[in-house]
Design a protein around this ligand. Structure first.
Ligand code: IDC
Length: 484
């Protein structure tokens, strides 16, 4: 147990010793135990946007073990409110907030840390609290960043309690180190040697909801435990995403591009449009966003751009018009990167809206180095979709930028049989893929069990859902990328 001498602790020990002297040694120990020395340090970080924020709080117990704890703090601004929280029971009265431990995280050994968090709202300003108490004692060593800039400060997560059993790849042997700058050749994705390759990886969930899932530990696990090649960075545009804070989300995406790059992973930047389904609705935003990320990442070899997640309710001609306005913006800034274009009917090559890939084959996007997105959810989309993919793959460069092992809702049961048939097909055709999702969302498509992202451990199978175990097994197998 870590013992840190401080005035409070010395004071308690002195009091205990005095008791021992007067009433005997047998009474000393219970008294001393009951008056366990307190001490704590708190890290409070937020990701904030207009009117809302996510707070992650790491509590480190610097004193003796506690069995049950209550964290206290005050919001500096009267307009700050706690909303939905996790890993603690929250109460707010005026500006004062308490967070009480739950049964599973109440016991905190000396030196141990735990992480809790909540989503909140704010009206005036959103400064971090400046002082915290644990079981009534003021914490020392609190690290509370001043007002954090919106979403530019990635939430921190405590180091994993159990070091993940990972084996980093030697520099020079990561997917990016081997394959370098990618380009489309024929209907394939090719590496720097002009040889067809398949990238296998995972998609984030919406960054506006699951920022806490993309920290050093989780990305380390993706690279060195899952042996993935690819991180799809899913930046929703609506639903609390990009449109609410363009510069904040742009920064967040760029940070994740760097995090992926540091681990030798490709980064697929997903402009996650979904509702409304007409990509033209977001045309101006797309131009602004892609001009920024393409300029910023022009010299990085690990970036692929996905310009519209799932167009729906619009014609292929409309999608093509959109692509032909956004692609030049990317090319002007980053001339050699691959661009993936969404297809009609939620990127089903038109099948989900009664069409097929002929409309694309006969009227392709007027640009080079372009691929077309195909998405499927294995429990919903089966043989007729597979047949269309096989047919289209002979004519079009395809990239499965998103798929699920479950139904198109993101939930339901894992369909391992259909998922296996799908991935065997993609492997055979060397079609790259990203699975929805590398997150702990409370839905069957998520790879991690709910709460994982607040625990700090991501490696291994203990934290995985059925879908996560299935996907990790598929992704971990050797890539055997051609090296000449
Ligand atoms: C779903 C998420 C769900 C979220 C919803 C919000 O799984 O948690 O509430 O989006 O829009 C897609 C989309 C993807 C969907 C996913 C599952 O690209 O955003 O995620 N899906 O429904 N297309 C087909 C399925």
């Amino acid at each position: 147990m870590q013992k840190i001498p401080r005035p409070t602790r010395r004071h308690l020990l002195a009091a205990g010793a005095a008791a021992a002297l007067t009433i005997g040694a047998s009474a000393f120990l219970p008294v001393a135990n009951a008056m366990a020395a307190p001490g704590c340090a708190v890290t409070y970080t937020t990701t904030s946007w207009t009117g809302g924020f996510t707070a992650n709080i790491t509590i480190k117990n610097l004193g003796d073990a506690v069995n049950g704890w209550t964290l206290g703090f005050s919001f500096p601004d009267a307009g700050q409110r706690v909303g939905q929280g996790w890993s603690a029971t929250y109460q707010q009265s005026g500006q004062s907030v308490t967070a009480q431990s739950l049964s599973w995280n109440g016991s905190l050994a000396g030196g141990a840390s735990t992480t809790i968090g909540f989503n909140g709202t704010w009206t005036g300003s959103n400064p971090a609290p400046t002082s915290f108490t644990l079981n009534g004692t003021t914490c020392i060593g609190a690290t509370t960043p001043a007002t954090p800039p919106p979403t530019t400060t990635p939430p921190t997560t405590p180091p994993p309690t159990t070091p993940p059993p990972t084996t980093p790849l030697p520099t020079g042997q990561t997917p990016v180190a081997i394959n370098g700058q990618l380009r489309v050749c024929g209907v394939n994705l090719c590496n720097q040697y002009g040889r067809p390759i398949q990238l296998r990886g995972m998609s984030t969930h919406g960054l506006q909801w699951f920022a806490q899932c993309y920290d050093d530990a989780s990305l380390d696990a993706l690279a060195t435990d899952w042996h993935a090649d690819l991180l799809r960075i899913s930046m929703y545009v609506q639903e609390g995403g990009y449109e609410t804070n363009p510069s904040g989300f742009t920064d967040r995406v760029n940070t994740l591009v760097d995090e992926a790059g540091e681990r030798g992973l490709y980064a697929l930047i997903d402009f996650h449009t979904l509702t409304p389904g007409d990509p033209m609705y977001n045309l101006d935003r797309a131009k602004t966003f892609f001009a920024a990320v393409a300029a910023r990442n022009a010299n990085r070899t690990n970036v692929i751009y996905e310009i519209a997640n799932e167009p729906n309710g619009v014609s292929w001609q409309t999608i093509k018009n959109y692509a032909e306005q956004v692609i030049p913006v990317i090319r002007a800034n980053d001339p050699d990167a691959i661009v993936v274009v969404g297809t009609r009917g939620w990127s089903s090559l038109g099948v989900s809206e009664g069409g097929n890939s002929t409309e694309v084959i006969n009227n392709p996007v007027n640009a080079s180095n372009v691929m077309y997105a195909f998405h499927f959810y294995a429990a919903s989309h089966k043989d007729n979709y597979r047949a269309e993919v096989e047919r289209a793959a002979a004519r079009l460069p395809l990239f499965v930028t998103e798929f699920g092992t479950v139904t198109y809702t993101g939930g339901g049961a894992v369909d391992a049989g259909s998922s296996t048939t799908w991935l065997d097909l993609l492997d055979r055709l060397k079609i790259s893929y990203a699975n929805w999702t590398y997150s702990d969302a409370d839905e069957a498509s998520a790879a991690f069990r709910p709460g994982t992202c607040y625990g700090g451990t991501y490696a291994g199978t203990g934290v995985l859902t059925e879908s996560g175990v299935f996907m990790r097994n598929r992704i971990r197998t050797p890539d055997n990328f051609p090296t000449s």
